[in-house]
Ligand binder design. Structure first.
Ligand code: FAD
Length: 451
């Protein structure tokens, strides 16, 4: 059996980052990937002649972001699209009230102010919360003391519920009170007109990547690690496991000996949420040119509530909406037609019969995906921020974990995947690696290849 220095399991953003850094340091690296493609939860469908990002789309805040610096060094084009994260104001949002009627400027201003007040009060409530308190507990306490009418309370309550669903893919009552502590957005947000998976693909260029290799077992001893796949065994001194938390939770990969509590505990405690996308392309635009987002509040937006105008990517009128948390799991079990009809009924509650039949659609099923079993991790009640970083290991000095779920600062993001992959490579090399050197080497190699 050929022995490698390091085997990386999973060729998503964290895996390709670790692999590239280690290969650049002269290590013999093997990347084993179950799918027939690189990128994992960064997945762009280009079959229609333009990019549709079925996984990650946004950099949520480009200020002081090493991820943004990497994107710029590689010259990857982006489009500014702030309010990609769940915000009440910030950029033009077309709001509709609980009856599905458009809200005027005054009502909108009051609504944005209500959310701002509630968020401020929420910060205090979270700081005072007791272990075991859920995000539902703390938001209800804030709403209880708001003194608002039931309608105003309902609108803000729905907003909190939907924010948790979108940011965490979870039901608000399952999220720890501290589950959105790391949710700050610094600076503008951007999306990728050529598709976000260009980034991991370019990082991986030239690496030894074996696609269609499903890892089933990882056995470690003092001499190193043996990784078993459906296509044979591979040995190395170190292994970096980057498969999603959802896969670790199912036990689809057997660890021998069993993982210690230091890693097994966080795997059990942290939550894996479901966040699915529905893109609908229409024959003509029926919403305002100037809006980034259409949002239904209160009853009108109980299920399908936020519609993001992503027409700039394809040049065709396209709305993106999400089904997340329990609603997302429920929609996964339905036919495409049923999902589309349901979503169209919500749009028609706001825009009436102007809403035409979509000419194309894309629907994701991340919760059922056998190589993901969910969309991203969150702080389920009973877990703590420390669980994310504890999950990284290492175990017995040879087994490392990376991936969004292992990065406590901003889990559930591409940035978390990048930084956790970086950390694993530094731990294996036992020295720091400058992010700027990493980016510069990729750009220089590409330049040499084109000369
Ligand atoms: C719908 C959706 C929207 C999102 N939107 C955003 C966004 O806008 N901005 C943002 O920053 N983040 C977003 N995210 C989160 C972001 O995509 C992830 O945090 C990030 O891509 C995770 O990278 P990773 O390397 O940790 O995991 P992954 O990309 O999942 O990589 C893990 C790899 O392991 C492979 N694997 C699994 N099991 C096995 C096995 N048994 N053997 C071998 N290989 C295996 C998988 O196929 C995969 O390629 C979104 C995610 C989803 C699902």
């Amino acid at each position: 059996m050929t022995a490698f220095d390091t085997i990386i399991i999973g060729a998503g953003m964290s895996g390709v980052t670790s692999a590239r850094m280690l290969a650049d340091a002269g290590r013999r690296v093997l990347l084993l990937e179950a799918r027939d493609r690189i990128g994992g939860r960064m997945h762009t469908d280009r079959s229609a002649g333009f990019a549709v990002d079925l996984g990650a789309s946004w950099i949520h805040g480009i200020t002081d972001s090493p991820l943004w610096d990497l994107v710029r060094t590689l010259g990857i084009p982006t489009i500014e699209f702030t309010v990609g994260s769940f915000q009440a104001g910030g950029r033009p949002i077309e709001n509709f009230d609980g009856d599905g009627d458009p809200m005027d400027a005054e009502a909108t201003e009051r609504w944005v102010a209500d959310v701002a007040w509630a968020d401020l009060a929420l910060a205090d409530e979270i700081a005072r919360s007791a272990p075991g308190d859920t995000y539902l507990d703390v938001t209800e306490r804030v709403l209880d003391r708001s003194g608002w009418t039931p309608e105003r309370i309902d609108e803000v309550r729905e907003f909190f519920r939907h924010r948790v669903e979108e940011q965490c893919g979870a039901w608000i009552g399952d999220l720890d009170a501290h589950g959105l502590d790391e949710d700050a957005i610094e600076g503008d947000e951007v999306i990728f007109p050529r598709g976000y998976d260009e980034l991991p693909q370019r990082i991986a260029r030239g690496l030894d990547v074996r696609l269609d290799h499903v890892v089933t077992r990882v056995s470690r001893s003092r001499d190193g690690v043996v990784v078993s796949t459906d296509r044979g065994d591979f040995a190395a001194s170190h292994v970096v496991v980057t498969v999603p938390l959802g896969v670790l939770k199912t036990g689809a990969i057997e660890f021998e000996p069993a993982l210690p509590e230091q890693v097994a505990g966080p795997i059990a405690r942290l939550g894996m949420g479901v966040f699915n996308k529905l893109f609908l392309q229409f024959p003509a635009r029926f919403w305002s040119e100037d809006s980034y987002v259409l949002r239904a509040l209160g009853e009108a937006g109980e299920h399908w509530h936020s519609w993001y105008d992503v027409s700039a990517v394809s040049g065709r009128p396209t709305l993106l909406t999400f089904a997340a948390g329990p609603f997302g799991r429920y929609q996964q079990g339905r036919s495409d037609d049923a999902v589309i009809d349901d979503a169209l009924a919500s749009l028609r509650a706001m825009y009436g019969e102007r809403v035409g039949r979509p000419v194309a659609h894309w629907i994701t099923h991340w919760g059922d995906d056998p190589f993901s079993f969910g969309s991203y991790s969150h702080l389920a009640v009973g877990s703590s921020h420390r669980d994310h970083d504890a999950l990284a290991g290492p175990v017995d000095g040879v087994l490392h974990f990376a991936g969004e779920a292992t990065w406590g600062d901003e889990p559930a993001t591409v940035g978390a995947a990048l930084y956790s992959g970086h950390r694993a490579a530094e731990r294996i090399l036992n020295r720091p690696i400058a992010m700027s050197d990493f980016a510069g080497r990729i750009a220089a190699r590409e330049q040499t290849d084109t000369d």
